[in-house]
Each structure stands twice: as C-alpha cells, then as structure tokens.
Design a protein around this ligand. Structure first.
Ligand code: NI
Length: 147
C-alpha cells in the first residue's frame, strides 16, 4: 500500500544511488544548465519519461494523444505526395496539423494525433521513414496518472 502525505500525494522516499563520479558530475552540469533546482527533480523527470515510453509499449490498444513533428525538404522528389497520401489514409488519427516554411527548402510539420497507441506508433514510423524526411520526433502523450 502506497503511503500518502497530508495533501494526498505519494510520500517522498529517499534512496541511495551509486554512480561513477564523472558520470554524476556530467549529469549535475547538464541538469544545472537545464535549470533544474536539484538532482532529484531531474531524476524524477527521467523516470517519468521512461514510464510513459514503457506504458506506450505495453498498452498497444489504449487511446492516447501525441504530437509528431517532422522536418523535410519540400522539393525532394515525390515526398510531398507520399506525405499527403499517408495523412489522408490516416485522416481519423490526425486532429490538426501545422505547416511552417522554415527557409527556402525546408518545412516543419506538426501533427496532433489521437487514436490507439499502436496506430499512432505505426503512423509515426511510416512518416519518419519516408525518404526526404530529415528528422522526426513523436511526443507520446500521457494524462500523468501513475507517473
Ligand atoms: Ni513549407
């Protein structure tokens, strides 16, 4: 049974972690640079990110929301055609999209997705693997429950 504090939040538990000195120094430098007030919150965020990722892998049929951002060269052969083809084929997954012309050659597209986690993962993989898509990242959504 998890213990709760007076506000009903999970009780904070202290634990010891062994780590190579150099690794810890690099981690502390990074977290300070990122603006974390302390090591604990930085570690909690790493743990939460892993839990969200794992939850997505475990529950393939749960409905979730996600954001897919991609960068591509719009004049790359039949890239635009393929991108549109995949998006129209999965119109039920895409809630909204934003297209940004980054410079003369490059575009960024942000797709807001809602659907089964498995479908979202598959869709993201299909889009990111299209030749000419230089970069893509899927931000997996969570309601924050149990993280
Ligand atoms: Ni563009």
């Amino acid at each position: 049974m998890l213990e709760k504090d007076n506000d009903g939040n999970d009780k904070l538990v202290r634990f010891g972690v062994s780590m190579e000195q150099g690794l810890l120094e690099r981690f502390d430098k990074l977290t300070a640079k990122k603006g974390y007030a302390n090591r604990s919150e930085a570690i909690r965020d790493l743990v939460r990110a892993e839990l969200v990722k794992h939850r997505w892998q475990e529950s393939k049929s749960t409905r979730q929301v996600a954001v897919l951002a991609i960068v591509y060269e719009h004049e790359h052969s039949d890239l635009m055609h393929k991108l549109m083809h995949f998006q129209h084929e999965n119109e039920n997954l895409i809630i909204s999209s934003v297209h940004i012309h980054m410079d003369r050659d490059n575009c960024m597209e942000v797709l807001i997705l809602r659907g089964q986690t498995k479908q979202i993962e598959q869709f993201a993989e299909n889009i990111i693997s299209i030749k000419g898509v230089k970069y893509g990242q899927l931000m997996r959504g969570t309601t924050g429950k149990e993280i």
